[in-house]
Structure formats: structure tokens, C-alpha cells
Design a protein around this ligand. Structure first.
Ligand code: GTP
Length: 321
């Protein structure tokens, strides 16, 4: 099952930077060296067994955009599962950006009317101050909704310099309360990927059952190479108090930390397989679940042994394949 993801937007808006950080594990500092994308660069990322993301990074220079909209129109816009359109928050050519965006919507309407549409207001780090970030994002959201007419769109503020690229769909709205202005309710790539996963809800139900079997506070499933969050368990009613104490940025922080750790392992030619942490307050085990996923289990009950958690993971593997 291949899902085509179109990544479009003006030249320099940050498309390739995001792609290289998330899918090639490059650090943000290296993105300044990226050259302009020539025509379309295609990447395949295997998610969860059969699900393959077919990512089309479309170079944003005018000549390429014109060609996508004319001679390459059918090739570009057919079979699209998701369109991600990136706007530089400080773009000096917003009118032109919106014209191209409108034309792309028309292409999508013609060839893939069912595609989901995510609009990223990118480089939010350039806006100083939480209040200004919030009002800027709100104004952009309004402008983009007006341009999109009655189409269902999701507008998200993002930046490669914070965790917003990894923001996950919050299962419980209390998880996201207190987040910084433009992170609040923001659901970028994890969220986008989430919309492509068939039966994501069923997966979440299985994870909740698994969490219960392990007496875990929470169980999180990550994609293996990107460490994007695929699904999380939902909290048991009696443990809601405990989960509400957890940081609302825990998913993206974990993704970032593990990626950095994996990077360090590869520098010393080590290979990352699993991780165990036993602290006074909790135990955490991160281990391979399937060929394409890792699972993180967090347990606050001190009577649960790490070995038992690992055994549970081993026993559950076949169910999650
Ligand atoms: P084309 O390939 O020409 O379509 O451009 P692109 O959209 O792929 O842009 P690219 O990813 O090459 O990024 C252009 C510049 O923006 C690079 O110098 C990045 O370092 C910078 N950049 C990307 N994301 C961010 C961000 O979130 N914040 C800031 N401040 N700069 C960013």
C-alpha cells in the first residue's frame, strides 16, 4: 500500500530541510547547506509493514512550479494521499505563494479530490515572543482558510528549531494544555503520518490493552527510522491523574533524544537495539516491536520488573506484525 505525500511550497520555504531532518536524521544545523531541489526528489519510507510513504519533495522555484501545473500536472497530482504545503512565515511574496497554492488546489481537486491537506506555516522561530507567534499564526490561518474556500485544511505552525515537527495528535486534550502558543494544538508530521495509517484507532486500542497487561502508565509506538509517533495507548481512568502530571512535550522530546542517541551510537560504530532505564520514580523500556517499529513502555509501579516488561514485549510481537 503506497501513499503518496506531496511536499510543495515556494523555494526556500524549508521543505527539504524538514525532509532531511525527519527522514534522513540530519541535524538542523546542516540544512543551511542544502541546495535548491531540482524538479522532484522522491523518497520511500516504509512504515508499519505494508505501508510505504512515497514522499515527493517538489522543488519550489517558479519554473518547476509552472511545469507541475502544466506539462507534469497529471503525474504530480494523481494518487495523492496528502498534500503538505509549506509557507515561509516571513515570505515577502505571500501573494504569489497564495496564487501557486490556489493553482495546486485546483490540480488536487481535479486528480485527487480526497487528499488530506496540511498547511505548514514554517520558520516560526523567526517570530519573537509567544504573543506575536500566536497572533501571527492566527492571521495566517485565517488568510489560508479564506484562500482554501470550503476545503478542509489543517494549518500548523512549525520550525526545525524546536519539537513542533514532531508534535503528535493529543489523545487527551489535557495533555496539550499549557503548551507554548504556537505549539498548542499543533500537530505536524506525526499527525500527518497518523492520517495515513489505516486502522490507527485499532492500533491504539491494542496498545491500551498491552499497557494494561504490563501495568504501564503509557505505551508509545514509534516508527523505526524516523521515530515519529505512530500511536499511543490511552490512559486508564484510574491512572489519568498520573498521566496528567507527565510533560505534554514528552513524545517529541523522546523522538529527539532517541534520534540523537542513535546518532551518537553510529558515530562510535555501535548499533542501537534497545534501552532500559530504572529510576526511582519509574521504569522505561524501549525495544523493537516489529521490523518497522519500536515500542516504549513507561511503568510507575516499582513492583514490576524490567525483565517482565521485556518478556511482554517479546510475547506481543507477533500480534503487532
Ligand atoms: P527548494 O528546494 O528550492 O524548493 O527550497 P526548500 O523549500 O526545500 O528550502 P530548504 O529546505 O532548502 O531551506 C531553505 C533555507 O531555510 C535553509 O537555509 C534552511 O536552513 C532554512 N530553514 C529551513 N527551515 C527553517 C526553520 O524552521 N527556521 C529557520 N530560521 N530557517 C529554516
Amino acid at each position: 500500500m503506497k501513499k503518496k505525500v506531496l511536499l510543495m511550497g515556494a523555494s526556500g520555504s524549508g521543505k527539504t530541510s524538514m525532509r532531511s531532518i525527519i527522514f534522513s536524521n540530519n541535524p538542523a544545523s546542516l540544512t543551511a547547506r542544502l541546495g535548491a531541489t531540482i524538479d522532484v526528489e522522491q523518497n520511500h519510507v516504509r512504515f508499519l509493514g505494508d505501508l510505504i510513504l512515497n514522499l515527493w519533495d517538489c522543488g519550489g522555484q517558479d519554473a518547476f512550479m509552472d511545469s507541475y501545473l502544466t506539462s507534469q500536472r497529471a503525474t504530480i497530482f494523481q494518487h495523492v494521499g496528502v498534500l503538505i504545503y509549506v509557507f515561509d512565515v516571513e515570505s515577502r511574496e505571500m501573494a504569489k505563494d497564495l496564487d501557486y497554492y490556489r493553482d495546486c488546489l485546483e490540480g488536487l481537486r481535479q486528480f485527487s479530490p480526497e487528499a488530506a491537506i496540511f498547511l505548514l506555516v514554517h520558520k516560526m522561530d523567526l517570530i519573537r515572543g509567544e504573543d506575536l507567534k500566536e497572533s501571527t499564526l492566527e492571521a495566517k490561518r485565517k488568510e489560508l482558510q479564506e484562500t482554501s474556500g470550503d476545503l478542509a485544511i489543517e494549518v500548523l505552525g512549525t520550525s526545525i528549531y524546536d519539537e513542533s515537527l514532531y508534535k503528535v495528535r493529543a489523545i487527551d486534550s489535557t495533555f496539550i494544555s499549557g503548551a507554548a502558543a504556537y505549539l498548542n494544538g499543533l500537530q505536524a508530521w506525526s499527525n500527518i503520518v497518523h492520517t495515513l495509517i489505516p486502522n490507527a484507532n485499532i492500533l491504539s486500542t491494542h496498545l491500551s490493552k498491552f499497557a494494561q497487561a504490563c501495568s504501564a502508565t503509557e505505551v508509545i509506538l514509534f516508527e523505526r527510522t524516523t521515530f515519529l509517533v505512530i500511536a499511543t495507548s490511552s490512559p486508564e481512568p484510574q491512572s489519568e491523574e498520573q498521566t496528567s502530571k507527565l510533560s505534554n512535550k514528552r513524545y517529541e522530546r523522546t523522538s529527539e533524544l532517541i534520534k540523537a542517541f542513535k546518532h551518537s551510537c553510529s558515530r562510535v560504530r555501535g548499533e542501537f537495539h534497545s534501552l532500559e532505564m530504572e529510576l526511582a520514580e519509574f521504569t522505561a523500556v524501549l525495544d523493537e516491536m516489529t521490523k518497522n517499529t519500536y515500542v516504549l513502555i513507561v511503568v510507575h509501579d516499582p513492583s514490576i520488573e524490567t525483565a517482565a516488561i521485556k518478556l511482554n514485549i517479546r510475547m506481543a510481537r507477533r500480534k503487532f506484525e
